[in-house]
Write a protein that binds this ligand. Structure first.
Ligand SMILES: Nc1nc2c(ncn2[C@@H]2O[C@H](COP(=O)(O)OP(=O)(O)OP(=O)(O)O)[C@@H](O)[C@H]2O)c(=O)[nH]1
Length: 216
């Protein structure tokens, strides 16, 4: 990711109670799991195949998501997964409202490291941070080593929502950010008579499964 990249915030008119609030969301996970690709797919609707260039440091993209007719501004931070940048990225966890934690379904160690990532998150982030677990590269069915059920079981253990995504095809990418935006909007303020919003139930009801892997 180019850290000098200009802010991609899609501003514009439109009254809502969140107009001036930026909800800080951070992408974390091992190097190469697809954090930058996921953000590019969500922001620009495209996937740039080819050689992998690791993120250096940290950078952000602003993006407006409309949920239930309300504009919610997400400031999405893309972090470097490489170990040598950890101390830099930890500093950003503290004021994050949401964290998208990614592993790569074709890379076992990226999945095994999720527990260590969650330990770090619990150490450095706020107690009530919204966490979502994402198993990325779901399009790579022939190289899959982590079953969908394994991701689901781990997410259930930690009480967090889970989705399999593909930054390549776009599968569930918008849903992941939309669910986060809905949760943050709900937390920012809701009517007393508004039904409660449960992010895990919402994700379960909306998610598309990778058609490749129902046998796994
Ligand atoms: N097939 C497929 N390839 C992907 C997907 N997501 C990412 N990739 C590829 O995986 C490689 C790593 O992707 P990145 O988005 O750079 O990974 P990252 O997590 O940002 O890596 P760091 O910046 O080092 O933390 C690149 O070659 C991407 O093209 C996906 O969903 N499907």
């Amino acid at each position: 990711m180019d850290l000098q990249r200009p802010d991609s915030y899609q501003g514009g008119a439109g009254p809502d109670f969140n107009e001036h609030v930026l909800h800080k969301t951070i992408l974390v996970g091992d190097s190469g799991v697809g954090k930058t690709s996921l953000l590019v797919q969500f922001d620009q609707g495209k996937f740039i195949p080819g050689s992998f260039s690791a993120t250096v440091g940290i950078g952000f993209t602003n993006k407006v998501v409309t949920v239930d007719g309300v504009r919610v501004k997400l400031q999405i931070w893309d972090t470097a997964g490489q170990e040598r940048f950890r101390s830099v990225t930890h500093a950003y966890y503290r004021d994050a409202q949401a964290l998208l934690l990614l592993y790569d379904i074709t890379n076992k160690s990226s999945f095994d490291n999720i527990r260590a990532w969650l330990t770090e998150i619990h150490e450095y982030a706020q107690r009530d941070v919204v966490i979502m677990l994402l198993g990325n590269k779901a399009d790579m069915s022939s190289e899959r080593v982590i079953r969908s059920e394994d991701g689901e079981t781990l997410a259930r253990e930690y009480g967090v929502p889970f989705l399999e995504t593909s930054a390549k095809t776009g599968m569930n990418v918008e849903l992941a950010f939309l669910a986060i935006a809905k949760e943050l909007k709900y937390r920012a303020g809701h009517q007393a008579d508004e039904p409660s919003f449960q992010i895990r139930d919402y994700v379960e009801s909306q998610k598309k499964r990778s058609s490749c892997c129902s046998f796994m």
